[in-house]
Every structure is written in structure tokens, then in C-alpha cells.
Design a protein around this ligand. Structure first.
Ligand SMILES: *[C@@H]1O[C@H](CO)[C@@H](O)[C@H](O)[C@H]1NC(C)=O
Ligand SMILES: *[C@@H]1O[C@H](CO)[C@@H](O)[C@H](O)[C@H]1NC(C)=O
Ligand SMILES: *[C@@H]1O[C@H](CO)[C@@H](O)[C@H](O)[C@H]1NC(C)=O
Ligand SMILES: *[C@@H]1O[C@H](CO)[C@@H](O)[C@H](O)[C@H]1NC(C)=O
Ligand SMILES: *[C@@H]1O[C@H](CO)[C@@H](O)[C@H](O)[C@H]1NC(C)=O
Ligand SMILES: *[C@@H]1O[C@H](CO)[C@@H](O)[C@H](O)[C@H]1NC(C)=O
Ligand SMILES: [Fe+2]
Length: 511
């Protein structure tokens, strides 16, 4: 038995070496600034028949990777504005460029000028690396299209192209909207199909929620240490057609924690600059200040008749997977709690604070599932009781690179129906980690790959531990979700194929 397992392991090792070799050959072409790779591929990735102008979705000039997120909160709990973030080139003096947003309600007519001169206006985390600018613009009118440019307005050639986005409609009780949801994506070919479908359906969603494991920049193990930044840039550029025009909300996954390419680990500058979720926290600006959260680790926001909780499944709860060091025991991480237990206290406060008359739908998401993989019990023990206590309707996650929808579950038990009564005291779990992470080709290895994952990571991210009794629907087809909040009494979940664009799964929940 033991010998059999060993020989299978070696088959897997050889397969991994072969696959890594293919990657090695491919990535030998990866320029140190990965954006260039994307420039070559971008037109192919986004089909021409969508209502985004492909040539118009790049920052242009010195401005790149333009990204929006919800920002601000008023006494009604509404986001009153957006944060606009972008990046400027490496190897410039810190502060070489201003952080300015020009905005208005008509194309080309910018009546609003916001400059951030504060400490967090631009962040460089890697010595000599690119700078990441953040400007928050508040007090926007609801239901309005805003046009903007970002960059340094001391010279208009240092500004981005003009982009636009639409703010949340005025009457939240009548707001129906759709969120594109996925985890575990990554750049390049594996996720190309999903990216194509997201572009084809560009008009069908209002904003996007990426549930961790964003670009897989850490997994380019045999490359130059610059691959980390290059791959991350590449991914962000490939998604700019969404991120510059719709809020793109992110949460931390295990692939955000650090670099673990050997060249990176061996270089103390890179190692120290890229550990402990640093790039992740520097590149985005999620609304945590507004909602009592911490950095981009945990925060919440409202949209229409729904409250969204962005959870941290990696650090700062008992047994958290990356609270002391990353999963490879290489680099220190975690301890974002400002006081002991602050994260779980915040989570309870946030869930308790939702006015369910005003916002009947309560949707939570974290990178890791509470079910369906070997180590899910660690997270479940920490948060499931809270999610049940405050009647969370859906818990969305990724991490496992496929799709699962559970029956309403609690404590490992479920009821095989989705009526309001069936869901009472239970949470519907959806794992949507299959848009095309870089390990997808390895899934072709079937059982051997499942075994290899268990063997490589001690089961931590293997697909073992699946209790089939809980599973209502599963697929390994590349896919992403569209979550539509239709009104105060109905939401619809749809799983869309990243191959054909067809609907693979559908679930309607009503109150
Ligand atoms: C990405 O998908 C598009 C549309 O299916 C295809 O035309 C293109 O060749 C693909 N690109 C890569 C790099 O696979
Ligand atoms: C520009 O916008 C301002 C304020 O929204 C408006 O008063 C002004 O008439 C606009 N200018 C032009 C040329 O449209
Ligand atoms: C589960 O996670 C805990 C805490 O991070 C870790 O100590 C343990 O080794 C993990 N177990 C498996 C099977 O991966
Ligand atoms: C990780 O970063 C957080 C926030 O800056 C900090 O509080 C914590 O101490 C850091 N953890 C380690 C292990 O350096
Ligand atoms: C909850 O929202 C409803 C509807 O907007 C409002 O009438 C009620 O006063 C709110 N309750 C609390 C406790 O704020
Ligand atoms: C809510 O939306 C569902 C699905 O579109 C619809 O059947 C239902 O009538 C709507 N309810 C209200 C109160 O508008
Ligand atoms: Fe993950």
C-alpha cells in the first residue's frame, strides 16, 4: 500500500515537473514588466462585440491598472463615493507624480478635482517598485454616471484616459443589481475563457467581487523574482476593462500572503517587501476605515437591499491558517488584529448592526470554504455560529478550484431544500473557485492530482474531505457566478460557464 502511494506520488512529481517546464518555457517570454505581455494579448482576450471599447480600457501614459472600489458611508449606510486607485512606473522618485482625480457628470467636463497628498496617497512597497495611488472621492450623486481621469494633472499627458462608472441608484429598496463573483483566477491562458465571458456579459453586472487568490503571482516558482510584480501587473491589466469602470472588491486569499519563488526567498529585500499580504494591502483600497475593518483584510459595505461582509479566512481567528507564517512555513505573516480577538468581535458587531428591514439580504464571503475540503473545520469552528446567529443568507468562497453548491447547512448537517424554512438556522454555502487558476491543467490528472494536492499541502488545499451528502451541485467546468439581488424578497444565483457562457447552475432564494 505504502509503496503504491509512493509510486503514484512519483508519477505526480514527474507530471508536475513536466507542467512546470512548460510554464518555464512559456514564461521565459514574460517581460519583467508583465504588462507588455498583456498588451500583446489583450485584443485577443476581449472580444470586439462587447460594449466596452477595448482600446479605451487601458490607463494610458504613465497611469496603469486603474481600479475602483466603493468608498465612504453615510447615515443610511450607503457608499457615498468611490476610491480610485492606479499605478505609476517603477524606478521613479517616490512622490514623482501627484495623486489627482478629475471628475464630472459630462464627458470631458471635470468640475471635481481631488488631490490626495496624505500619507497613503501613494504606496511603494518594493524598493524601486511601482507606486500605487489612491484617491477617495465622496459625496457623489446617486444613480449618476461620472466621467473621470486620474494621474498627475500638472501636465495632462500624465493623466489617464477618460473612464466612467455609475453610482448606486437612489432608492435602495427598488435597486435590483447583479454582482460578478469568483475566486482563484490568475492571469494568462487558464483564465482566458472566463475573462472572455466576463467581457461578453460586461453589461449584465454592476460590480465584481473577487474572493481571494487574485493573480497567483507567488506561484511562479522558478522565475526571476521580478515575476511576482510582473504577473500581478499582468493580471490587473487584463481585468482593467472591468476594474476601471465598475467597483472591483477584493478579499485576501492564501496566494496574497507572500512570494515563495526561491529567488524571492533568497533576496532579503524582496522577501521582506513581499511578505504578510503587503502587495495586496498596498495595491487596493477597500472601505475598511468606513466600517471598522482593518486594511483590506476585513470590511463590509451595503448596496441596494443587501449587506456584504468581506471576511478574512487567512488570519486573526483561532487556528487561522496563516496567522503566524505562510502555509509553507517560510515567512512571517498575520496578526492584523489591533486587539486580541478584534476580527471576530468586529464580525459580530457588523452582522448585528445590519437593519434587516432596510437590507434583508445578508451575504458573506471569505476565501476559504466552511465545508468540502479537509481543513474547512478550522474556519467553520470560528465563524459558522455567528453566520447562523445573524441569519446570513449565503456564504461565498473559493480556494477549491471548482464549483460546489451545498444545501442549507449547519454543523455538517443539512436539509435538502431551499425554502425560507429550510434555511432557518442554516447557511447556503457556494464555492466558486473555478474560473481558471494556474493549476487548472493539472485537474486533468484527476484522482492523481487530488492526491498530489493532499500530499503537497498536507490536505490544506486539497479537494479531500468532501461530504457528498451536503452537495446539491458541483462542476469542474471553468466558471464564475452572477449574483442578482432582485428585490427585498428574491435573489438569484447563476453559475456561468467560462467556456460557453451558458448557465450551468441556478438557484433562487426567496424570503
Ligand atoms: C483567449 O480567448 C479568445 C476568445 O476565445 C481567443 O481568441 C484567444 O486566442 C485566447 N487567447 C489565449 C492566449 O489563449
Ligand atoms: C461643465 O459642468 C458644469 C457643472 O456641472 C456646468 O455648469 C457647465 O455648464 C459645464 N460646461 C460645459 C461646457 O458643458
Ligand atoms: C489545518 O490547519 C491547521 C491550522 O492552520 C494546521 O495546523 C493543520 O496542520 C491543518 N491540517 C491539515 C490536515 O492540513
Ligand atoms: C503584518 O502586518 C500587520 C499590519 O501592518 C502587522 O500588524 C503585523 O504585525 C504584521 N505581521 C507580521 C508577522 O509582521
Ligand atoms: C430600519 O430601517 C427601517 C426602514 O428603513 C426604518 O424604518 C427603521 O427605523 C430602521 N431601524 C433602526 C433600528 O434603525
Ligand atoms: C421580487 O422579484 C421576484 C423575481 O423577479 C418577483 O417574482 C417578485 O414578484 C418580486 N417581489 C416584489 C415584492 O417586487
Ligand atoms: Fe486559495
Amino acid at each position: 500500500m505504502h509503496r503504491l502511494i509512493m509510486s503514484r506520488s512519483w508519477v505526480v512529481v514527474l507530471a508536475l515537473v513536466a507542467i512546470l517546464h512548460v510554464n518555464l518555457v512559456r514564461a521565459a517570454r514574460l517581460p519583467s514588466q508583465g504588462k507588455q505581455l498583456l498588451d500583446n494579448n489583450f485584443a485577443a482576450v476581449v472580444p470586439q462585440d462587447v460594449d466596452v471599447d477595448v482600446d479605451d480600457v487601458r490607463g494610458g501614459g504613465i497611469v496603469s491598472l486603474v481600479r475602483l472600489a466603493f468608498a465612504g458611508i453615510n447615515d443610511q449606510g450607503r457608499s457615498t463615493g468611490v476610491s480610485i486607485s492606479w499605478s505609476t512606473p517603477a524606478n521613479m522618485d517616490p512622490g514623482a507624480f501627484k495623486s489627482v482625480v478629475l471628475m464630472g457628470t459630462e464627458p470631458g467636463n471635470f468640475s471635481i478635482r481631488h488631490e490626495n497628498t496624505g500619507e497613503k496617497s501613494q504606496v511603494t512597497y518594493l524598493p524601486g517598485g511601482s507606486a500605487h495611488h489612491h484617491v477617495v472621492v465622496l459625496d457623489l450623486l446617486p444613480g449618476t454616471r461620472y466621467y473621470y481621469k486620474c494621474g498627475d494633472d500638472s501636465d495632462m499627458t500624465l493623466m489617464s484616459k477618460e473612464f466612467s462608472f455609475v453610482t448606486e441608484p437612489e432608492d435602495i429598496s427598488k435597486t435590483s443589481f447583479t454582482v460578478a463573483v469568483w475566486g482563484d483566477m490568475g492571469q494568462g491562458e487558464c483564465s482566458n475563457g472566463t475573462r472572455t465571458q466576463l467581457a461578453k456579459k460586461y453589461g449584465e453586472y454592476d460590480w465584481a467581487w473577487h474572493l481571494g487568490d487574485i493573480a497567483y503571482q507567488d506561484d511562479w516558482l522558478f522565475f526571476d523574482k521580478a515575476a511576482y510584480e510582473g504577473v500581478l501587473d499582468d493580471y490587473m491589466a487584463s481585468m482593467e476593462f472591468i476594474t476601471a469602470t465598475k467597483p472591483y472588491m477584493v478579499l485576501p486569499g492564501n496566494h496574497e500572503v507572500d512570494c515563495h519563488s526561491m529567488f524571492c526567498i533568497l533576496d532579503s529585500t524582496y522577501r521582506n517587501a513581499l511578505r504578510n499580504f503587503t502587495a495586496y494591502n498596498a495595491r487596493w483600497r477597500m472601505p475598511s476605515e468606513e466600517t471598522g475593518g482593518v486594511m483590506n483584510m476585513w470590511y463590509s459595505f451595503n448596496y441596494g437591499p443587501a449587506h456584504f461582509v468581506s471576511m478574512d479566512a487567512e488570519t486573526d481567528f483561532p487556528g487561522a491558517y496563516e496567522n503566524v507564517h505562510d502555509e509553507f512555513f517560510l515567512l512571517d505573516s498575520g496578526h492584523f488584529n489591533p486587539t486580541p480577538n478584534a476580527y471576530l468581535e468586529w464580525l459580530e458587531r457588523d452582522l448585528r448592526g445590519v437593519n434587516r428591514t432596510q437590507r434583508p439580504w445578508l451575504i458573506a464571503a471569505g476565501h476559504r470554504p466552511m465545508y468540502l475540503y479537509e481543513n474547512a473545520t478550522v474556519l467553520r469552528a470560528a465563524v459558522e455560529d455567528l453566520l447562523v446567529k445573524y441569519d446570513v443568507d449565503l456564504y461565498l468562497s473559493g480556494h477549491i478550484h471548482r464549483y460546489y453548491r451545498t444545501y442549507p447547512a449547519r454543523d455538517g448537517q443539512c436539509v435538502k431544500g431551499y425554502t425560507a424554512e429550510d434555511r432557518e438556522g442554516r447557511v447556503v454555502n457556494i464555492v466558486t473557485g473555478g474560473p481558471g487558476a494556474i493549476d487548472r491543467p493539472m485537474m486533468g490528472l484527476g484522482a492523481a492530482w487530488t492526491k498530489a494536492k493532499g500530499w503537497l499541502a498536507g490536505g490544506g488545499w486539497g479537494a479531500g474531505g468532501v461530504d457528498q451528502d451536503l452537495v446539491a451541485k458541483e462542476t469542474t467546468e471553468k466558471s464564475f457566478g452572477l449574483l442578482s439581488v432582485m428585490n427585498a424578497t428574491a435573489i438569484r444565483w447563476e453559475l456561468v460557464s467560462g467556456v460557453t457562457g451558458d448557465t450551468i447552475d441556478e438557484l433562487v432564494l426567496t424570503k
